[in-house]
Write a protein that binds this ligand. Structure first.
Ligand code: GLV
Ligand code: MN
Ligand code: MN
Length: 410
């Protein structure tokens, strides 16, 4: 019996349904932002399932949660798989959670098939992938990989001023796990819903992920002068929101490319003091910009900086880069293995790059890594209506368990 034979579609689907209750929204999605009480509940539920199967759990200094199925060679670095359990404020039930539950199902399937592996196989739930509450995103995996400094991340504050260090302490108090020392990883494979429409449009079940495009995030802040909305003449105003609008409009224009490859998004705008009858004295907005080539991102970053310098007057403005994640090319051997296993399972598949960022982009700098995509309905994600079929989720997990077993016995 192989690991793929013991993947249980119903069990995997039910686990998604159970997790969707934690932070569940009336529209059927989830609001389970990083290090919130709902995040702690999800950690506890996963830990409960793990203990019931005899797997051990551990956590590191940034709160990544690891679930261990031991190998026959106690000293061999593990093969790892997982994703994230935190969500967007109006997120779906599958973004991230699928990768965690697929990895957990893979551990269970290996257990059910009584397959011993040389290396341990570890399922992981990375802390704060979404970066909607605490910036930057993909934080847990980036700290694990040594790209972001733990001390700096612990100081990061959310939009309400809560320090990550405090939110993490609360979370680990509510969802405790034994601490783990840093450890090496042999290889990493992450399953995820595609979050775009290509698999569905092409009628394919498995996306063999070859790369992830580069992404950068920025915060722009404009400073003006608060003034009375009824009495202050236009010419005398330093309206920080108007300055932000001028800057934003120029940026939209400067980042429009003919083939629509460059992605530019302003996803959050904060206007202060936020009173209808006061001219805004401060505005803050976020930028998320992505492209497969770093050089193109460099060119457009320069444009953004020039716009901030040139369009702010009579206000002042600054732009700060919060993250810069270079494009990722996955390991050719892992890519081939994913494709071979999908073919062996007679699952239709196609090679594709990822438009979304994933924890795998950081772990790929540590060890050979790859990803497996499955379709999601109409490609919609970062939306409460995000949906996927139990069959596709199970199909991706079958590929995953076969890949993990092969890697763990190399
Ligand atoms: C992850 O959710 C991303 O923003 O790509
Ligand atoms: Mn995700
Ligand atoms: Mn996401």
């Amino acid at each position: 019996m192989s690991g793929a034979d013991t993947v249980k579609e119903d069990r995997l689907w039910q686990r998604h349904a159970d997790m969707a209750k934690l932070g569940g929204t009336p529209k059927g999605g989830v609001n389970r932002q990083a290090l919130s009480p709902e995040d702690a509940q999800a950690r506890n539920l996963l830990a409960l399932w793990a203990k019931a199967r005899g797997f051990s759990i551990s956590t590191d200094a940034i709160g990544n949660l690891f679930i261990w199925r031991q190998g026959t060679d106690k000293h061999a670095p593990p093969v790892m798989s997982g994703s994230h359990m935190d969500s967007q404020p109006t997120g779906g039930r599958f973004d991230g959670m699928y990768g965690v539950l697929a990895a957990f199902e893979a551990l269970e399937a290996l257990e059910d098939a009584k397959i011993a592996t040389k290396r341990p196989v570890v399922a992981v739930a990375w802390t704060n992938e979404e970066g909607s509450r605490f910036q930057p995103g993909a934080m847990g995996s980036a700290v694990f990989a040594g790209h972001y400094k733990l001390d700096e991340m612990l100081q990061v504050k959310d939009w309400k001023g809560v320090a990550l260090k405090d939110a993490l302490a609360e979370t680990l108090k509510a969802a405790p796990a034994p601490a783990t020392a840093p450890f090496k990883v042999d290889s990493y494979v992450e399953a995820h819903i595609e979050q775009g429409p290509r698999l569905e449009n092409e009628g394919k079940t498995i996306g063999v992920v070859t790369a992830i495009q580069g992404s950068r995030r920025y915060i722009v802040e404009t400073l003006g002068e608060e003034a009375h909305a009824g009495t202050t003449p236009r010419a005398a105003r330093k309206d920080a929101f108007q300055a932000a609008l001028r800057i934003a409009n120029a940026m939209y224009e400067a980042t429009t490319d003919r083939d629509d490859t460059l992605r530019f998004t302003i996803g959050r705008v904060d206007v202060q003091p936020g009173s209808p009858n006061t001219v805004p004295g401060k505005a803050v907005f976020t930028i998320d910009m992505r492209h497969p080539q770093d050089a193109v991102l460099d060119i457009h970053e320069k444009k953004l900086r020039d716009i901030v310098a040139g369009k702010a007057a009579p206000c002042t403005a600054t732009i700060e880069r919060i993250t810069n994640v270079a494009p990722t090319d996955f390991d050719p051997k892992v890519i081939d293995l994913v494709r071979d296993k999908a073919n062996a399972l007679k699952l239709s598949n196609m090679d594709m790059p990822s438009g979304a960022g994933h924890d795998a982009m950081h772990i790929a700098k540590l060890c050979p890594a790859g990803m497996i995509f499955v379709p999601c309905e109409r490609g919609i994600s970062h939306n409460e209506i995000e949906n996927a079929t139990p069959q596709d989720l199970a199909a991706g997990t079958r590929v995953l368990v076969e890949v993990l077993e092969a890697l763990a016995n190399r």
